[in-house]
Design a protein around this ligand. Structure first.
Ligand SMILES: Nc1ncnc2c1ncn2[C@@H]1O[C@H](COP(=O)(O)OP(=O)(O)OP(=O)(O)O)[C@@H](O)[C@H]1O
Ligand SMILES: [Mg+2]
Length: 508
């Protein structure tokens, strides 16, 4: 019963924590160290919960044994109950000890995370090739060891520091115990059986008190600390989620407008600086700019992963800040630069781009067709039923470009998005295929103008593709420097025409 109960509660609590984390609208808590450390402690504590229910039951057992022992002692002489008083210092020190230890652990949470990170790098497949080529294997091992020791040093010191007090408290009890035995044998001149009882019960008493106190200390630590952390996560989730009182427009009439939008990640310089811009409804908008110019950041703001530091984004006339993140994202589609390899059956890997239609074969097939990923699926032995990912039974590995095509197909699952993001979706494709694909998307986008006014955002470093866009937005060092059509920007002879010239010359 106990184990059943324990497993069920652990699963329920883990699900609750996972639910809280995924329900948080922003991704900040997954990118910022101060949140990550708290979360990793909380994850460990969810694991500790396993122990908690055993602890709850055994505490009751210990208390019962303690009471019986005390009753036995009192039956010889009521003064023997005083032994319990001498045990109070042990109670106090052992409730205090875990708290000291935990705070040392928390201070070192970051080094602990580093040690685990280095372990992952040294032992998992994705970094495996680079670890071998660079030959950093040995280094990873020593650095991991060093990080671990940096974490363990203060924790061990805290343990030792509190251990002295702990030992002192137990020494006091030990003297009292010896005193009790002397008192019963010489003072009371009690029969040998009574002395034996005190010897046995007294020794048991210390063990019972130790165990009771230890378990209570553990429970207390969990309630005070684990529940505080859980409460923090709940508050944080609620605070971030508590936004959005306006509905998402059914279709775009005018477009999406950036009104003096600036943004900085917590603790960084300004990454987008006073950007004012209109993305017209129905248009294909290309964003170009050097690495680090802020393209991904702009897309993250559009996807409501973050809110602007100042300024506002409007969807037609609705401020994006006041639209619920979930509803808005239901109208987004597309593929991100750092797409994820979902290792499911191929049909689901694509289908989860639109969860309600995940098992809708024609819809999945249409998305695969739109992304030009038909050749990938055709080569799978079981087609859409093929398990992806070599670590699963019967799972197959795909090439990078094949994964990317499936990610793109996933991005095309939604039929009527208001915003379609194509972020270097075809970096792994040859230029000709990319060109052909974009021509198809652009035609589809313009054709779709009449129904939802969908805006297609295209980020690419290939100007042959970019030039097909209706509007080209040039970012440079966090600022918006040029906006216009290919022809307009070429006439301007600014940054765009210069970059275009370089690429064109290289091909000539
Ligand atoms: N999560 C983050 N936390 C802090 N700073 C970030 C974060 N992501 C990006 N930055 C910083 O913001 C700036 C803009 O990054 P962004 O990813 O938007 O550039 P980008 O234009 O998409 O570049 P690329 O062409 O390489 O994809 C960079 O200087 C980067 O250092
Ligand atoms: Mg980027």
């Amino acid at each position: 019963m106990q184990r059943r109960f324990r497993d069920k509660v652990t699963i329920a609590l883990e699900s609750h924590v996972a639910h809280l984390q995924t329900s948080i609208a922003s991704v900040a808590h997954q990118e910022r160290p101060e949140y990550l450390d708290r979360l990793s402690m909380l994850r460990n504590q969810v694991f500790v919960l396993d122990h908690m229910y055993v602890s709850l039951f055994s505490t009751l057992g210990w208390i019962l044994r303690l009471a019986v022992t005390m009753a036995l002692l009192a039956s010889i002489h009521p003064a023997l109950i005083l032994l319990v008083v001498f045990a109070i210092p042990t109670v106090l020190t052992s409730t205090w000890r875990p708290a000291v230890e935990r705070s040392a652990q928390e201070r070192g949470a970051q080094t602990n995370r580093l040690a685990r990170h280095l372990f992952t790098i040294a032992t998992t497949a994705p970094p495996g090739k680079e670890v071998r080529v660079t030959g950093i294997g040995e280094r990873l091992v020593t650095e991991r060891r060093a990080a671990w020791e940096r974490w363990y040093g203060p924790v061990a010191a805290a343990r030792w520091g509190s251990a002295w007090w702990y030992a002192l408290a137990w020494a006091i009890f030990g003297f009292a115990y010896v005193g009790a035995v002397v008192f019963v044998s010489s003072g009371l001149r009690a029969p040998a059986s009574a002395v034996l009882l005190v010897l046995a019960a007294g020794a048991r008493l210390s063990a019972y008190i130790g165990a009771t106190v230890g378990e209570i200390g553990f429970l207390r630590g969990f309630w005070m600390d684990g529940s505080r952390r859980l409460a923090w996560l709940e508050d944080y989730a609620a605070a971030v989620a508590a936004s959005g009182d306006l509905p998402v427009p059914g279709m775009l009439q005018r477009g999406i407008r950036f009104d003096h939008v600036s943004f900085a990640y917590p603790g960084t310089r300004v990454v987008l600086d006073d950007v004012s811009l209109t993305l017209p409804a129905g248009a294909v908008v290309a964003i170009v700019g050097e690495n680090g110019a802020g393209k991904t950041t702009l897309v993250k703001l559009l996807a409501k992963m973050y809110e602007p530091s100042s300024g506002a984004i409007f969807v037609d006339d609705t401020p994006l800040a006041r639209v619920p993140a979930g509803e808005w994202r239901a109208r987004l589609a597309g593929a991100f630069q750092d797409f994820f390899r979902f290792e499911f059956r191929a049909g689901h890997t694509v289908g989860l781009g639109d969860v309600p239609r995940m098992d809708d074969q024609p819809a999945v097939a249409a998305a695969i067709d739109r992304a030009g990923a038909g050749d990938v699926v055709a080569r799978l032995t079981l087609g859409l039923d093929t398990q992806l990912g070599p670590t699963w039974p019967g799972g197959v590995e795909l090439s990078f470009g094949q994964w990317q095509k499936l990610a793109l197909a996933r991005g095309f699952m939604r039929d009527r998005p208001l915003l379609l993001v194509l972020y270097e979706p075809t970096a792994a494709l040859d230029a000709e295929t990319e060109h052909a694909l974009f021509e198809r998307y652009a035609a589809a986008a313009r054709g779709g103008k009449s129904d939802s006014g969908r805006i297609t955002i295209l980020v690419s470093h290939r100007f042959s593709t970019v030039r097909m866009a209706d509007l080209i937005v040039v970012l440079d060092g966090s600022r918006l420097v040029e906006v216009g059509t290919h022809e307009e920007l070429m006439v301007k002879s600014g940054q765009y025409s210069e970059l275009y010239g370089i690429q064109a010359a290289a091909y000539r």
